[in-house]
Write a protein that binds this ligand. Structure first.
Ligand SMILES: [Fe+2]
Length: 294
């Protein structure tokens, strides 16, 4: 396997890259690496320094996020919340600019999802269950949001003011993990996908792909022996650095850190440079059948 972390010296949110450089970064990303940009930081203005405190969280959500023009999960005066929204929007714009500059092919397909500001220390709030414990290695898959193979692309930036790194563990390649867990994943119960969708538990019908991804997520988190003994590495993302990965593909666990921005995108496989590395195509190759309707 290639090194799971690939670093590039990119100092601008709108970098100037040749087509060959772009293709190299895209190949690494799509093969399942974390693209680490150690010299790309996000600047908070003097006025925004006051947001360095978890006390801005309203206690109802783990993070502060921007949905449309509204800030969710934060508490403060209208002025403060407006200022916070503008800070998070600025991050969203820069992250979007970075992605479409680094990966021009994505531009036509990219859907911008949630942007979050995470002032809490990792682990400050105990996970409500082992399934929600993100300090265990996992791939992202969400029970209520079937995506039929669409990719989950995320940009993260550590803005810690006290030189505290964000520490992750990164596991083995997706295909190896899938081979490890697939034999124990049972097929969906007939009609369960229609039922979950009809009663509103899922936002759309769960495909077989979604079923497998959710079980991969759960089986991986539940297997403490795997968590401890599988091939893995700890990675320190220093303040002033940014990293990008497909979080539905990279086995990741958030171990420690505080103060981070994150931007999520959804990308249809059609927008990829090398869709053969996508979890959908890897799982279909291993299962020898289609897992979503086409
Ligand atoms: Fe995750």
């Amino acid at each position: 396997m290639q090194d799971a972390i690939q670093s590039f010296d990119i100092r601008d949110w709108k970098p100037n890259l040749t087509a060959a450089e772009t293709e190299k970064v895209a190949l690494n990303l799509e093969q399942g690496a974390v693209i680490h940009l150690p010299t790309l930081g996000f600047s908070m203005t003097n006025d925004e320094q006051k947001f360095y405190s978890p006390s801005w969280l309203n206690g109802q959500r783990k993070n502060i996020s921007l949905e449309g023009l509204n800030v969710r999960g934060a508490t403060g005066s209208i002025n403060d919340l407006t200022q916070m929204a503008s800070m998070i929007t600025r991050y969203a714009h820069q992250a979007t600019q970075l992605i479409i500059t680094l990966f021009p092919n994505y531009a036509l397909y990219l859907n911008t999802a949630r942007t979050s500001y995470r002032p809490n220390m990792v682990g400050a709030v105990a996970a409500r269950s082992w399934k929600k414990d993100d300090s265990r290695l996992h791939v992202d898959a969400f029970p209520s949001r079937p995506n039929h193979g669409e990719r989950i692309l995320r940009v993260f930036t550590n803005v810690n003011p006290e030189n505290v790194s964000r520490v992750w563990r990164v596991g083995e390649a997706f295909e190896q993990a899938a081979q490890h867990f697939l034999p124990n994943i049972k097929p969906p119960v007939p009609f369960s996908a229609s039922l979950l969708s009809a009663i509103g538990i899922t936002k759309r019908k769960r495909s077989e792909y979604d079923h497998i991804m959710l079980h991969l997520h759960d089986h991986m988190k539940a297997d403490l022996d795997y968590q401890k003994n599988t091939q893995q590495q700890a990675v320190n993302f220093a303040p002033g650095s940014t990293w990008i990965c497909f979080s539905d593909q990279v086995l990741h666990a958030a171990m420690s850190g505080q103060y981070m921005f994150e931007q999520t995108f959804h990308l249809p496989i059609a927008g990829q440079y090398h869709s053969e590395f996508s979890p959908l195509h890897v799982l279909e190759k291993l299962q020898k059948r289609q897992l979503v309707k086409r």
